[in-house]
Design a protein around this ligand. Structure first.
Ligand code: ADP
Ligand code: ADP
Length: 227
């Protein structure tokens, strides 16, 4: 079925004492369960805004937004989010940071601890479970942030430039790992990226936005584009 439904979505930011910014206009698309879609477009076209609305972190101005069959009016428990820069809690170890979504949802820590350790090993962070964020490089912190978003196996995963801070080699490695995790889990993924090759490599479909205000320029079906 349709796992994400966006229809007639408009978003204006209305800062006090200044002109409103029309960030998104007339956005409509659907994502089927288990699909991987990417959202690309130039800086300022509203990619982050769209993801924050899907995540229930900011309100929309108009339109319908449904995720996992529910109207999005705030963060939903079945949604995980990877931000542009990992914001790990400095006073907690890497493993404790990865376990945050498990604690917040009051899930069985014994069950998910094993998954957390497996995910950390998958992204090359085995041996770092007991370290603190400041002991890791920025790229390593970002990888730990990705594990945190995946630990509770969310049905929907929203990612905002998840590999933006990584060097080219780690980035390619993470793309391959992400595909493996996705094929195993059957998650529905929406991934914002600046990189068109990355979007084509990763996704079933690519939503292309044009700026001022952000509108859908094109939705490209990658399966059809492949020779
Ligand atoms: P990117 O192009 O990589 O998405 P931006 O520099 O556009 O990054 O935005 C970074 C963050 O700053 C985003 O979370 C966005 O919501 C916020 N932001 C962008 N423009 C403004 C603005 N005019 N006023 C307040 N916050 C903004
Ligand atoms: P992108 O992620 O594609 O770079 P954003 O969603 O960050 O785009 O921003 C889309 C537009 O909305 C930009 O013009 C940006 O300046 C504006 N914007 C983003 N966040 C805010 C905010 N918190 N307040 C005011 N304007 C914002």
């Amino acid at each position: 079925g349709r796992w994400i439904e966006v229809d007639g979505l408009h978003k204006s930011y209305q800062p006090r004492r200044s002109e409103p910014t029309h960030a998104l206009s007339d956005i409509a698309f659907t994502v089927r369960r288990g699909e991987f879609i990417s959202v690309v477009g130039p800086s300022g076209c509203g990619k982050t805004t769209m993801l924050k609305i899907l995540a229930g972190l900011i309100p929309r101005s108009e339109g319908a937004v449904r995720v996992a069959g529910r109207d999005v009016a705030g963060p939903l428990p079945e949604v995980g989010m990877v931000f542009q820069a990992a914001t790990l809690l400095p006073w907690r170890t890497i493993l404790q940071n990865v376990m945050v979504p498990v604690e917040v949802r009051k899930l069985d820590a014994r069950v998910y601890r094993e998954r957390a350790e497996r995910l950390l090993a998958m992204v090359g962070l085995d041996g770092y479970e007991g370290k603190y964020p400041h002991e890791l490089s920025g790229g390593m912190q970002q990888r730990a942030g990705i594990c945190r978003a995946l630990v509770h196996d969310p049905a929907v995963l929203l990612m905002d430039e998840p590999f933006g801070a990584l060097d080219a080699m780690t980035r390619e490695y993470m793309n391959v790992e992400l595909l493996r995790i996705w094929r195993e889990s059957g998650q529905t993924i929406v991934c914002v990226t600046h990189s068109i090759p990355e979007a084509v490599f990763l996704s079933d479909r690519v939503v292309v936005l044009s700026p001022r205000p952000g509108r859908i320029a094109e939705i490209v079906d990658i399966e059809l584009e492949r020779p």
